[in-house]
Design a protein around this ligand. Structure first.
Ligand code: TTP
Ligand code: MG
Length: 365
């Protein structure tokens, strides 16, 4: 079976009240008090507040003067950004142990694809538990985790039952039921304006989104409406993309009729690889890996990547790797509707590594 979207294991990890948690860890006298990190009045704002202070209505982006009015006993700490960045790096290092697919999305938040973990048990929930235990024992911090098969559900369920949450939503009926009861404003990208528009159409939750045809959502909200409708139906194929992989060049095409064989597919690959070569020449770069994406007629997607010894930029070299991948690592038991090819892990021509590899005789002994 191919690696369709429904078979992934995705985690979203988000540290609890991050800046204040670090302050409380470093100075235990703060524990049990309402604490915020932020700038001083009259002009300062709150960066974050611990859960005690939140009960008083103190939250991120609130003016600190108002925070003091709401909570006169508030303990205000000045931000120590460099320190929080160091702690953030330490957390990310723990995540890297479990997967090489880590996408940091903010100072205290990251997605992890653990479909093929580097270590740990073969279960998203058990890996989440192991990571939580590492972060707590090594760094003294709690982190909330959502586990599911796509990014949007992982993100939604990570936010529930904070702090120190661990929630899992399984694909299929469980995911659909979970999404059905999610309020529209809890979906990512739905702000007050969109929410009001949806409510005006009688759409209050995921169930209503599931029951509204995508065409209708498109008419009301454009492409975002279609994306929202798909997310509510449990479809979100966005990959977890580590920073290094964002440095890639690729090109894809959807066929006018579905294809079945390696030869048919390779016929389509050449012009794509040519376009990638032209682009690489323009930006004077080479890639140290080749990536292949296949979308089947049933819309499941698989991706395959192959790192290569010498960085390449030629269409011929790309085609060789793609053909090997197609023959060895891609099941062609279903018709294919789209193929994408590209290179990743780019480096500029003339950069030491590329030259060394291409012209080993020039490397001084
Ligand atoms: P968040 O993860 O949004 O918030 P949090 O970690 O404080 O609380 P939660 O338990 O709900 O996850 O943001 C992470 C850090 O980013 C937060 O500790 C402080 C900083 N931040 C700001 O400086 N300004 C802001 O407006 C927000 C939202 C966060
Ligand atoms: Mg957080």
């Amino acid at each position: 079976m191919g690696e369709g979207a429904d078979t992934r294991k995705i985690l979203l990890l988000d540290l609890d009240h991050f800046f204040t948690q670090v302050e409380e860890r470093d100075d235990p006298r703060l524990r049990g008090q309402p604490v915020a990190v932020g700038g001083k009045p009259p002009r300062g704002v709150i960066a974050t507040a611990n859960y005690d202070a939140r009960r008083w209505g103190v939250h991120s982006a609130l003016s600190t003067s108002i925070a003091y009015q709401r909570c006169p006993s508030l303990v205000l700490m000045p931000p120590r950004m460099e320190h929080y960045k160091d702690v953030s790096r330490q957390v990310m290092e723990i995540l890297q142990r479990y997967s090489d697919q880590v996408e940091q999305v903010s100072i205290d938040e990251a997605y992890l694809d653990v479909t093929h973990p580097l270590k740990g048990p073969p279960s998203g929930t058990l890996i989440a538990k192991a990571i939580k235990a590492d972060v707590l024992s090594e760094l003294g911090l709690t982190i909330s985790v959502g586990v599911s098969y796509n990014k949007s559900i992982a993100k939604l369920c990570a936010g529930q039952g904070k702090p120190n949450a661990l929630n899992c939503v399984r694909p299929g009926a469980e995911a659909l039921a979970y999404l059905a009861k999610t309020a529209v404003e809890d979906f990512q990208g739905v702000g007050p304006v969109t929410a009001a528009k949806l409510r005006g159409m009688g759409i209050r939750n995921g169930k209503d989104l599931q029951n509204t045809p995508l065409e209708k959502l498109e008419q009301a909200l454009g492409k975002n409406g279609v994306d929202l409708g798909r997310v509510a139906r449990g479809i979100d194929e966005r990959p977890v993309t580590p920073e290094r992989d964002r440095k890639s060049v690729s090109n894809e095409t959807t066929f006018t009729r579905d294809l079945h064989t390696v030869d048919e597919l390779m016929h389509e690959v050449l012009p794509l690889a040519d376009a990638v070569e032209r682009h690489l020449t323009k930006i004077r770069s080479r890639g140290r890996g080749v990536q292949l994406k296949i979308k089947y007629a049933d819309h499941t997607i698989i991706t395959r990547r192959q790192t290569i010894a010498l960085p390449i930029n030629s269409a011929d070299a790309m085609c060789d790797v793609v053909e090997a991948l197609l023959r060895e690592r891609v099941p062609l038991d279903k018709p294919v509707r789209l193929i994408g090819v590209g290179v990743f892990d780019l480096q500029e021509d003339g950069v030491a590594g590329a030259q060394d590899a291409l012209f080993p005789q020039l490397v001084p002994a």
